[in-house]
Design a binder for this molecule. Structure first.
Ligand code: SF4
Length: 380
């Protein structure tokens, strides 16, 4: 049992505690996020998972507001900075409608995207959610988790990313839970990820739940009967870029957490993302890969994959991020960039061909040298 040790200053962006009792160095103790306020829609209280979240939040001292209906009345201040901070520190429990429970493909990560929540309490200066989710950046977690999970067997054997891909078919039918949230960030208050991992453990079929995270609070996951049907990946970037990842756990803590998960029998992975070609990137990413190799070297027979995602942005996400993080030093200019048109007709800014080639060659060489046991799933 872990006891609260130091209560961090509760700022405008939500409370966080670091917990004692873990066999980890003090600087590696995970952040356990808690919202300032939990809004619970009326319909959510009709689900055991929704009620459990409300009870857990109340026990943690979070202000719980039971709404009279299903509309989220946010009542945010006019000032954009304060509105952002208040939205980021608010968690809402809502019911995922049938349209949200209809799964979408999510190449190149997985056959299907399964959302346990939408939104994230962290403050990453490049967050792709800025271009994906509309409105204030409040996090919504779904109360009808059982309905969401009960819908998954209909997708078994479907999908083209892993199920019908000769190179990745051994992964089975894959379900990605980190597209619109960081599920581990919310785990202390929702327990949704634990329930989902256990559910996949009971699903006796060639399937895989996948999640990637910038957090390290894996304690609740270590003892689950996962049956190796969940792959956790640590989303990592050099510490030189930590200023772009506000509110997340340190990279060393993420790697230590990943090693603990691997030791508990989970397949694991590294999501190196977003790869940023800023000055000094060779040294920075060289050290990152060496740190990852050192952290994971102690786990015999580790099942390790790597996903490599270069930095990209759209005009829409840039506008939102410029508004959320004014003065950020993250480069979203036009140097070394080219416009790529997606199959949906939208445009994004990616690194130009020469920069991509340089980056790709570098990662291929370093990974082969330092993490030869890892399978690289994709580069994008
Ligand atoms: S942890 Fe991931 S989802 Fe959360 S703000 Fe950062 S990039 Fe976005």
């Amino acid at each position: 049992m872990h006891l609260p040790r130091v209560r961090q200053g509760v700022g405008a962006t939500g409370g966080a505690e670091r917990w004692a009792g873990m066999a980890t160095a003090p600087q590696l103790r995970p952040t356990l996020w808690r919202p300032h306020r939990l809004l619970v829609t009326r319909a959510s209280m009709g689900f055991a998972h929704g009620r459990a979240i409300a009870e857990r939040a109340a026990a943690l001292g979070v202000e719980v507001v039971l709404l009279p209906g299903d509309r989220l009345a946010l009542d945010l201040p006019d000032d954009p900075r304060r509105a952002y901070a208040q939205a980021k520190s608010t968690l809402a429990v809502v019911v995922a409608p049938p349209s949200k429970r209809k799964l979408q493909p999510i190449a190149p990560s997985a056959d299907w995207r399964v959302d346990l929540a939408e939104g994230c309490p962290a403050h990453c200066g490049y967050c792709y959610l800025a271009g994906s989710l509309k409105g204030p950046p409040i996090t919504r977690v779904y109360a009808n988790l059982d309905e969401i999970l009960d819908g998954l067997p209909a997708y078994l054997g479907q999908g083209s990313v892993t199920s019908r891909n000769r190179d990745r078919a051994q992964e089975g039918t894959t379900f990605e839970a980190s597209c619109y949230t960081d599920p581990l960030a919310l785990e202390p208050i929702t327990s949704a990820l634990s329930a989902t991992i256990a559910w996949f453990g009971r699903w006796d079929a060639p399937v895989q739940l996948r999640f990637t995270t910038k957090f390290a609070g894996v304690d609740p996951l270590l003892g689950l009967d996962h049956q190796r049907r969940t792959r956790m990946r640590a989303s990592i970037n050099p510490s030189a870029f930590a200023r772009f990842e506000g509110g997340t756990d340190r990279v060393a803590a993420r790697l230590a957490a990943l090693a603990r998960m691997a030791a508990a029998g989970y397949p694991v992975g590294l999501t190196i993302a977003p790869i940023i070609a800023a000055e000094g990137w060779r040294d920075a990413y060289g050290s990152l890969i060496a740190d990852a190799a050192a952290a994971l070297s102690t786990v015999p027979g580790i099942d390790l994959t790597i996903e490599l995602i270069t930095h990209r942005f759209t005009a829409g996400s840039k506008a939102v991020l410029d508004n959320w993080y004014p003065g950020s030093s993250l480069d979203m200019g036009s140097t070394n960039r080219t416009t790529k048109r997606t199959k949906f007709g939208s445009e994004k800014q990616v690194y130009d061909a020469a920069t991509m080639r340089m980056l790709r060659d570098f990662f291929a060489e370093r990974i082969a040298a330092l993490l030869p046991q890892a399978g690289v799933l994709y580069w994008t």
